[in-house]
Design a protein around this ligand. Structure first.
Ligand code: URA
Length: 211
């Protein structure tokens, strides 16, 4: 299967992302915009969900109406901590999804991902998994997260981010060519500290006002 990258070019997503990138955008606006974008990303990422038809009664007539076939069969895994910003909007749009968390931090000198937390719901084998992290930079955290999550054997995995660096996409798909990446933008590259250029800075700090 060819490694898939889906670029979400919707004008609302692109406009909101530009406002998020602005150096003067404050924490409150950054958080709100990330939540709004995450709903739009969830809309795109769930395009292929199967539907079933059920007999329903409207005030005027009976009809065969479409409903999600696997309504209760999703799990969203947030890569802590910036993943929480994408998770918030997604669970509003998909309220029946279960949620998992994986805590990874970047060791500042090697930029390698170190795991400090891992919690999944029990029935992951029957669920389609969305792994969310706003920034796909070196790809080290995303690769480490998906390595670990594949041990739980979910029905499928998609990786959802806001911004990706070409280096991160390449590294991720070398290791996980079967996992499609959904992103709102592919930026120029990485700086020497592993930050995406032009990017939007540190997503966690901008989301929580920690810097
Ligand atoms: N993580 C971030 O928050 N920002 C980057 O640019 C890269 C990784």
């Amino acid at each position: 299967m060819p490694a898939e990258v889906v670029l979400i070019k919707h004008p609302l997503v692109q406009h909101k992302l530009t406002i998020m990138r602005l150096v003067e955008t404050n924490t409150q606006d950054f958080r709100r915009l990330l939540k709004e974008i995450s709903m739009l990303l969830a809309y795109e990422v769930t395009r292929d969900l199967p539907l079933k038809f059920e007999s329903i009664q409207t005030p005027l007539a009976e009809m065969e109406a479409p409903m999600l076939a696997a309504d209760k069969k999703m799990v969203i895994v947030s890569i802590l901590r910036a993943g929480q910003g994408l998770l918030d909007g997604m669970i509003e749009l998909i309220p029946t999804a279960k949620v998992g968390h994986i805590g990874l931090y970047r060791e500042p000198t090697t930029l390698m991902a170190i795991e400090y937390y891992f919690k999944l719901p029990p029935d992951v084998e029957q669920r389609d998994m969305l792994v969310v992290d706003p920034m796909l930079a070196t790809g080290n955290s995303a690769v480490a997260a998906v390595d670990r999550l594949k041990e739980a054997n979910p029905a499928s995995i998609k990786f959802v981010c806001l911004l990706a660096a070409p280096e991160g996409i390449e590294h991720f798909h070398e290791q996980h060519p079967d996992v499609p990446i959904f992103t709102a933008a592919i930026d120029e590259g990485l700086d020497s500290h592993g930050y995406i250029i032009p990017g939007l800075g540190d997503a966690g700090d901008r989301l929580y006002g920690t810097k």
